[in-house]
Design a protein around this ligand. Structure first.
Ligand code: GLU
Length: 607
């Protein structure tokens, strides 16, 4: 159910015009005053109030992000990090504020190896709930930086709605009720940091239920401290000895699981003090005359999205006369094949380019893509989808290896996180994916301070893969290293036409994010759907070169059978992603927002 104050669906007509026209749907006009599209209506309202009071999209996004820490605490918060893509209306610049978590200085490439099982990793349930999974959190520094440089309100003003929700409480949503019995909140009874989370979400030992009033006084105290003291409250041990949030973070992640003596966190006060936000330029590619602007490394999101779209481009996905069209077996087959090939490259070539030299330009170079496109046969599934070698297309200085590598299956990634999109009346747009990795992160809550710590370091390779042997070359793009950012799949994305943004969106969902973003882009561009239709339509997701495809219900069974006959296989249907999107008419700035019905969903549109 979309509990929207006003949900305006919009039409995108790409009728061969130089500039696409966005049509109002069912006579509902779009708006010019701003749109906030989020997974939770209360957070959308918090952002809209900021816009109404004269704030810009960056201000509103900061208010939404802090509010979501309170209202959707399982998905994101100040114990985590994310990628905030910003487009500035006046200058036309598009960039990303990267507040991704970093690895502490004391990590080692083999830190996830099970001492009792050399060559094997500590099992996921233990690995992902232990202190060593916690990355140095980035959200507070990220938002403080964004507000200082591109916002108009103070950090304290951006925190005000969140503080109000934490102090006065809010009514638990059905979605929060559905998540609160998670096994990730059940670790180690008697251990203070796990008990602290249970005390909030299982008050008196009973999990919260829909409509319960949830007040979070500890979190309110923390947010008030950040409002008064700025990021130093979180990043400088001893800054406020009476209220030492930074020291409490360090102490909390030293906890491990009883069953995982190897899993104590390695983060120190120095790691917190040296955390740095990065401002990054997006990666850019073209698709059927539109420019796709998306998230660069350390995320694999943008490169993989662009690769998939380029691999699909030779096929007329929108043309029913040629057997394609939404949901047709041919369309789904070609899309799955493109995803398999792109994920093969992702497994080998993507990671934090601040630490490993990777052929980022080569991966989306037109010549490299032209070599990869013929690997898709519209009539047959490939036996194996292997990674290619983009290095010759990246720079002449690097040696060219001819041997193709087998892509490893990716590690587990969470299905949580939150994505929201804000546009203001000045043409500024923010599209922001924010996360603590798994739902409830590690399940470790900083006692007395009311926020959860992420398990983002589990996005690294669980065992090192670097291999200099030219025959099985592997750059170890995503091996653990000190201060490195784990490879993400998050893909805040904008579509441009003639240099102007016409759509902005993204999704949570671990490595399915990439597919949700591709599905949405194809729905808008090839299937000419309205923005709400594009968000609602059933999705498929491939998260590796091999392995079954994920799908949602809603596809014709005959199409699925036809694909199975070709050799594709599918997991049991489950919801994929949660896309919050805005489309923009570049001619007049009219905005249309859509929230995903797969979560609660809330859109506020300002006239
Ligand atoms: N750790 C995930 C990533 O960065 C968070 C995204 C998600 O789980 O939705 O890819």
């Amino acid at each position: 159910m979309v509990a929207a104050l006003r949900v305006f669906a919009a039409g995108l007509l790409f009728a061969g015009l130089a500039v696409p026209v966005i049509a109002a749907e069912l006579g509902v006009p779009g708006v010019r005053g701003g749109v906030v599209a989020t997974s939770e209506p209360l957070a959308a309202q918090a952002g809209a109030r900021v816009l109404r009071a004269g704030g810009n999209a960056i201000d509103a996004a900061a208010a939404v992000a802090f509010a979501l820490n309170v209202i959707e605490p399982q998905s994101s918060g100040i114990g985590g990090g994310g990628f905030m893509m910003i487009h500035m209306g006046e200058s036309g610049e598009t960039f990303i504020v990267d507040s991704r978590e970093t690895a502490p200085a004391a990590v080692t490439p083999r830190m996830f190896e099970d001492p009792a099982k050399p060559g094997g990793a500590i099992v996921w349930p233990l690995r992902s709930t232990s202190g060593f999974a916690v990355g140095v959190p980035g959200m507070v520094k990220g938002l403080a930086t964004a507000l200082e440089r591109w916002g108009t309100i103070s950090l304290a003003d951006a925190l005000a709605p969140a503080i109000r929700f934490a102090e006065s409480g809010f009514h638990v949503t059905a979605r929060l009720e559905g998540s609160v019995t998670s096994a990730r909140l059940m670790s180690d009874p008697g251990a203070p940091a796990y008990d602290a989370a249970r005390a909030v979400f299982h008050p008196g030992g009973t999990p919260l239920a829909e409509n319960d009033l949830l007040m979070q006084p500890d979190l309110a105290r923390t947010l008030r401290a950040i409002a008064a003291q700025g990021p130093a409250a979180v990043y400088t041990c001893g800054f406020d000895p009476a209220n030492d949030i930074a020291q409490a973070i360090v102490d909390t992640q030293r906890h491990s699981r009883v069953a995982n003596p190897a899993g104590a966190g390695r983060m120190t006060c120095d790691d917190l003090a040296s955390y740095d936000v990065a401002i990054r330029q997006p990666v850019r590619g073209s698709y059927r005359g539109y420019e796709i602007v998306s998230m660069p490394p350390p995320s694999s999101g943008g490169l993989t999205v662009i690769q998939i779209l380029k691999l699909i481009e030779p096929f007329p996905l929108g043309d029913e006369a040629q057997g394609f069209g939404f949901g047709a077996p041919k369309t789904l087959h070609v899309t799955i094949e493109a995803m398999r090939l792109a994920f093969a490259d992702r497994a080998l070539w993507m990671g934090d380019t601040d630490f490993v030299a990777l052929p980022v330009k080569g991966l989306i170079d037109a010549r490299y893509m032209a070599r990869r496109q013929p690997l898709i046969d519209a009539g047959a599934r490939r036996g194996e989808a292997l990674a290619g070698d983009p290095r010759p297309f990246d720079t002449a200085a690097l040696p060219s290896a001819t041997k193709l590598a087998r892509a490893a299956l990716p590690g587990e990634e969470g299905r949580n996180t939150t994505h929201f999109t804000v546009a203001d009346r000045h043409g500024n747009i923010v599209t922001y994916t924010n996360t603590i990795e798994s739902a409830w992160g590690t399940g470790l809550m900083v006692p007395g301070f009311g926020f959860l710590l992420n398990n983002e370091l589990t996005d690294f390779n669980r065992l090192p893969r670097a291999n200099p042997d030219p025959d099985s070359f592997n750059p170890g793009a995503n091996d653990v290293a000190p201060a490195k950012r784990p490879r993400s799949s998050m893909a805040p994305t904008m579509i441009f036409k003639n240099g102007k943004p016409i759509a902005a969106f993204g999704s949570p969902g671990g490595s399915t994010i990439i597919s949700s973003v591709v599905n949405t882009a194809i729905n808008l561009i090839d299937h000419k759907m309205t923005v709400q239709e594009a968000v609602d339509a059933p999705r498929i997701a491939q998260t590796g070169a091999e392995g079954p495809t994920r799908r949602e219900i809603g596809f014709d069974f005959s199409a699925i059978e036809a694909l199975e006959a070709m050799g594709h296989s599918f997991r049991a249907p489950r919801a994929i992603g949660s896309v919050q999107a805005i489309v923009i008419d570049p001619n007049n700035g009219v905005l249309h927002g859509a929230a995903d019905r797969r979560r609660t969903g809330g859109v506020v549109s300002l006239r």
